[in-house]
Design a protein around this ligand. Sequence first.
Ligand SMILES: NC(=O)c1ccc[n+]([C@@H]2O[C@H](COP(=O)([O-])OP(=O)(O)OC[C@H]3O[C@@H](n4cnc5c(N)ncnc54)[C@H](OP(=O)(O)O)[C@@H]3O)[C@@H](O)[C@H]2O)c1
Length: 429
Amino acid sequence: MRTRPLKVALLGCGVVGSEVARIMTTHADDLAQRIGAPIELAGVAVRRPSKVREGIDPALVTTDATALVKRGDIDVVVEVIGGIEPARTLITTAFEHGASVVSANKALLAQDGAALHAAAEQHGRDLYYEAAVAGAIPLIRPLRESLAGDKVNRVLGIVNGTTNFILDKMDSTGAGYQEALDEATALGYAEADPTADVEGFDAAAKAAILAGIAFHSRVRLDDVYREGMTEVTASDFASAKNMGCTIKLLAICERAGDGGSVTARVHPAMIPLTHPLASVRGAYNAVFVESDASGQLMFYGPGAGGAPTASAVLGDLVAVCRNRLSGATGPGESAYAALPVSPMGDVVTRYHISLDVADKPGVLAQVATVFAEHGVSIDTVRQTGKDGEASLVVVTHRASDASLSGTVEALRKLDTVRGVASIMRVEGE
Ligand SMILES: NC(=O)c1ccc[n+]([C@@H]2O[C@H](COP(=O)([O-])OP(=O)(O)OC[C@H]3O[C@@H](n4cnc5c(N)ncnc54)[C@H](OP(=O)(O)O)[C@@H]3O)[C@@H](O)[C@H]2O)c1
């Protein structure tokens, strides 16, 4: 075993970074054996230098992250600051100064993954980011390496623990969205500003990363259709139960049409209770991968948290250090297929639509005609009426999102339709 240590610079020492530093110290001997050389924490960049950080030598702490990555003797930079800047500049500077990079930064990779991969390749260095999607769950490496000989057709997953916790609460207790969010906040599952989670931005970034890797194409955050889950109501859950379903915020990446393009989307959807994703409870994450030869695979586990996320970071760190010692680099970006991303209108799925309508003869026929005119075939209709008003629940067969949008637009124009109470896609069948 080499005795000269590999030097690691840690950018960020918060929820994830502090756990990375702790595991690096407590597992130092094992990590050295697995890598073939010891690793040494050579510097820790933070924003607030005076904060007490247990287990971290204060002499290593700096606020000058740029100087740290420019030192020239750093082998691996671990970026766990988050956000776009200064993380992006620090990562490219690290490559320029000879370091490989391990990052957990989904926002940055979904936005600028291609440029960062190009910078890594230009300088003959590694860029690993297992922790950027679904925390501890091995997903990037299985897609990038284990399934490299197969053809992935679909990736369907729960990739945000906060929203799964909220939806699970609504499902199991009958609570409304706000009540469930308040509980998630009180228990530390939701941040003070939960926008990134509940509006689906976090899941959309992960969907972009997963789609790019799964389909060997470039998919950016802007390519991902996104709907949050703040409009999901207790009555949506009641409707879902009637259909033998529950509601999850799903990230769905799939080959579209004849396979010549891909789609990536994040939205709440009904899934049958018999689908494995329906039993993913609390803040857990799970991703279902369907491919030609392997069939269906499911990856399940804690999708966030300091120690689980640090586990993924450390796995990358070991891999990158091994590459470093052997003078090799791991797989870089694979975007050779260059499949275009189709718009949401091209997505084909089933829909559950709740309408408030006038309770009088002929309404059902009028509504059915609108569906038929737009080429959307109806699977089931359920009508409940009281005092001249009725609620109509229509479940469709598979139709394109564009056809469904046209149908809903036309329905809103009918005098007998008082309102469209909810539209929910039905997935996983
Ligand atoms: N938390 C999770 O469960 C989780 C899961 C998966 C992925 N991630 C990703 O991991 C990354 C880190 O998340 P986190 O939860 O650990 O964040 P965090 O707790 O907010 O920690 C951020 C760290 O970065 C430091 N920092 C902020 N701006 C800086 C700057 N300009 N220069 C140097 N240091 C700076 C902060 O310094 P101070 O300590 O001085 O404030 C802090 O130590 C993000 O990309 C996140 O998306 C997190």
